[in-house]
Design a protein around this ligand. Structure first.
Ligand SMILES: OC[C@H]1O[C@](O)(CO)[C@@H](O)[C@@H]1O
Length: 471
């Protein structure tokens, strides 16, 4: 791999890098858009009146408890159903991915996303809305399994690491676009929410069309015994006949993967316990930073502390911007400062901001009186600092570290475990945050701060530095 990898990148290879970008962009945008859209739609009155009239009435009642305005299992199910279906489908997707290839899995992902967008945007009742979210979840599960694999297998070796973070970068851009669309659509009555849900179809359409022209990866072809076609594809995408070294490495890797007793048992073998435990715990911790309480429910949270609908959606746009900018910073800093330094620094940042937010809410937000302008603004600024800390560390590194720590023969299955653990705990937060906010009140932020403390200690004592260490 080194031989062809260390050559200067030809124009034709750059074309394929371009294709990687488009695929990564659409896959990441699709996932990020679905993360960002639900909270804003839930904050729109037209949407609440149609699907959750009881929540709308509760929100309107002046004397309603500030912390409990949105506490409703069905509202949470609207958000969370996507992740439980993504969790289940990512295991199915890993089978489709190895049996039928990455390209077909990406095609399936786009079809499910298109169906999901169609069903949600045209929904007339709650069951239809939930069915649409489940279909979107299947699309996301297929996409999240196939796209990172597709990217790392197609990209020239010299840019493989950057490609990994690029996926997360596009996830954050997708969240930001969703925040902006929510803000714009909240002024369109009474169908703004349909528009907001429908716009998610754009990246899915591009991915659908793209899946007809993108090449299958050489690794997937060789793995499925189409060795000659794999070699030809490799020559085509590297634009040179001289791919022997890289080709042989892929063949060897596939042989080794075929020889071991099966990746599933390999993942559970004793020597893989440390990466498996670290990979899965990092996902649990990533979600228990409380990031998705912000990403899913920022508009709702900002309304809870006293902002109007418009101010709340605008503040979410600001969190979305910071999320993108700081993920970009991670792209440049991860190989400079190392993984451990970024993870530890951000734990301190997130711990301090969450404790202060909890303190402000504890002192100033009573069940019946919202925050004054001054304190409301302070909460927004603290949320922004919190999001920055997450975005330049736990966000991208949550995916990078598991992809670096498994040996090759256990990597795809090990990574599938990491992805599904992430989906599981994303589901847990999506399904429980609004109820936790209602019952724990300001203590919810102390709860997340305690988790941040635990994960900081975990990194300090157990996570190895993988900077500059070959995979
Ligand atoms: O940027 C924040 C987003 O990134 C993720 O952690 C995925 O890596 C999501 O769970 C979260 O919504």
């Amino acid at each position: 791999m080194a031989a062809s990898g260390s050559k200067p990148i030809s124009f034709y290879s750059k074309f394929y890098i371009g294709i990687c970008w488009v695929v990564a962009a659409c896959g990441g945008l699709m996932f990020g858009y679905d993360i960002g859209i639900s909270g804003g739609v839930t904050a729109m009155d037209d949407f609440l009146i149609k699907f959750f009239p009881a929540v709308y009435e509760k929100k309107k009642r002046a004397k309603e408890d500030n912390y409990c305005k949105f506490d409703n299992q069905l509202v949470q199910l609207f958000t969370s159903s996507l992740y439980i279906s993504a969790l289940v489908s990512s295991f199915l997707a890993s089978k489709v991915c190895s049996k039928y290839g990455r390209k077909r899995t990406i095609f399936c992902s786009s079809i499910f996303c298109l169906l999901g967008v169609g069903v949600t945007a045209s929904a007339h009742h709650l069951p239809q809305l939930i069915v649409g979210r489940i279909l979107l979840g299947v699309g996301v599960g297929f996409g999240n399994e196939a796209i990172p694999l597709y990217l790392s297998e197609l990209a020239p070796i010299s840019i493989r690491g950057g490609v990994n973070i690029m996926f997360q970068l596009f996830v954050t851009i997708g969240i930001l676009i969703a925040n902006l669309v929510n803000w714009g659509c909240s002024h369109v009555h009474p169908f703004g929410w349909r528009l907001a849900l429908g716009v998610g179809g754009f990246p899915a359409v591009i991915l659908f069309l793209g899946s007809f022209i993108i090449p299958e990866t050489p690794t997937s072809l060789i793995e499925r015994e189409k060795v000659e076609k794999g070699q030809k594809t490799l020559q085509k995408i590297r634009r040179t006949e001289d791919v022997d070294v890289e080709f042989q490495q892929i063949v060897n890797a596939c042989e080794v993967a075929g020889q071991v007793e099966g990746s599933w048992s390999e993942v559970f073998s004793r020597q893989n316990h440390p990466p498996l435990i670290i990979g899965m715990l990092i996902q649990v911790f990533q979600q228990f930073t409380g990031i998705n309480a912000i990403m899913f429910y920022a508009p709702v949270l900002f309304q809870t502390v006293g902002f109007g609908s418009n101010g709340a959606l605008l503040s979410s746009v600001c969190t979305g911007c910071i999320n993108v900018i700081c993920t970009l910073i991670a792209n440049f800093s991860v190989d400079k400062f190392g993984r451990r330094a970024l993870l530890l620094e951000s734990c301190i940042q997130m711990f301090i901001t969450q404790t202060i937010i909890g303190g402000i809410l504890y002192v100033h937000l009573t069940p019946t009186v919202g925050l004054n302008k001054h304190n409301g603004l302070a909460v927004v600024v603290l949320v922004l600092i919190f999001v920055a800390g997450f975005a330049w560390s736990w966000g991208p590194l949550g995916w990078l570290i598991p992809s670096e720590t498994f040996p090759l023969e256990a990597r795809t299955v090990g990574f599938a475990f990491a992805v599904s653990t992430n989906m599981l705990f994303t589901f847990v937060i999506a399904q429980s945050f609004l109820s936790m906010l209602c019952h724990m009140r300001s203590f919810i932020f102390f709860f997340f701060a305690a988790w941040v403390l635990i994960m900081g200690l975990f990194v300090l004592f157990f996570v190895p530095e993988t900077k500059n260490i070959p995979i």
